[in-house]
Ligand binder design. Sequence first.
Ligand SMILES: NC(=O)c1ccc[n+]([C@@H]2O[C@H](COP(=O)([O-])OP(=O)(O)OC[C@H]3O[C@@H](n4cnc5c(N)ncnc54)[C@H](O)[C@@H]3O)[C@@H](O)[C@H]2O)c1
Length: 351
Amino acid sequence: MNVALVGCGNIAERYAARIVESEPLELVGATDLLPERADAIAGRFGGTPYRSLDALLADDRVDAVVNLTAPQAHATVTAAALEAGRHVHTEKPVALSYGEARELAELARRRDVRLSCAPATFLGEALQTVWKLVREDAIGRVRVAYAEANWGRIESWHPAPETLYAAGPLVDVGIYPLTALTAMFGPVRRVSAYGTMVQPERMTKHGTPFRLETPDFTVAVLELDGDVVVRVTATFWVGPGKQRGIELHGERASLYVAAWAESDARVESSDDGEAYTRVPLVRHPYPGIDWSTALVDLAAAVEEGRPHRASAEHAAHVVEVMNAIDSSGRNGASVEVTSTFELPAPMEWAR
Ligand SMILES: NC(=O)c1ccc[n+]([C@@H]2O[C@H](COP(=O)([O-])OP(=O)(O)OC[C@H]3O[C@@H](n4cnc5c(N)ncnc54)[C@H](O)[C@@H]3O)[C@@H](O)[C@H]2O)c1
């Protein structure tokens, strides 16, 4: 599958590096509103530096667009690529509002192309191991999950943090455990949330002040279809110190995964909820985050005529959940969630 990147900022090099290493993928080019960024990616990893999205979409060699723009541009770029008959893999979130997300999923269906959506870290070895243990009833029926997305003050490392702060930590990092937990247990039906701005005045690492308009601290309680209660925390203030990863509490035992992004995260289990012992992963893991996993699955799914695992319907559901959390956090009332999606298939090697 010939892929081209749209958006060549902070994350683009990590995607490009994995795309050029991955057998079924070919990097044919890249574009960015800042042309020197596309030149840099093409210079380092190969392909054509296109001067615009239109120029990229005019190249018949491009089978799939990888949307790595800022969250606020995702929906427009994805819609243009789908309209042009291209498959799309988009970074998260697929769109900022559920209405837009659902329209994109429908547009992909109408145009008979695929829309694959990050985060797809539930396809990595650590979360696939946890999910397999849950399916095999290793800890009994899971009733409670705790998920931590404490991501710290990202202006300390990100060169342009403003667009990520505008989206907020729930949308930027809370989305990882939300996607993983709904992949395992199914859709959310109701949310109750609290959000606040712990530190509204911030400064980029280049010394430019900016002011937050989205909570930098959110706690939400979610009721899932299968009677699982989830408590998720997302913040851009507290760092990922001791409270990190995901805990699953079943009727007989508990499971812990130390991170929801890295494929090689530590997985542990406990019979008494106090002493945890390490669990071996289902296979030797990729070290860290493999940014090509969802794209490789997309290429194989198209080839084999089966659904791809990081589906647009699932991503749209997660956007509805995040919109509901935002609304509940603002007005204090619990909010119902109505959308649904087909659960993804586990990876072949983790069945
Ligand atoms: N940086 C990370 O560690 C990281 C990790 C995982 C996911 N992501 C996701 O990846 C996406 C990009 O994040 P980033 O950190 O690289 O952001 P960034 O701001 O560094 O880069 C975004 C790039 O997109 C370009 N752009 C914006 N609108 C565009 C448009 N309409 N057409 C073409 N180019 C456009 C910008 O000029 C910029 O170069 C976000 O959705 C983010 O959530 C980032």
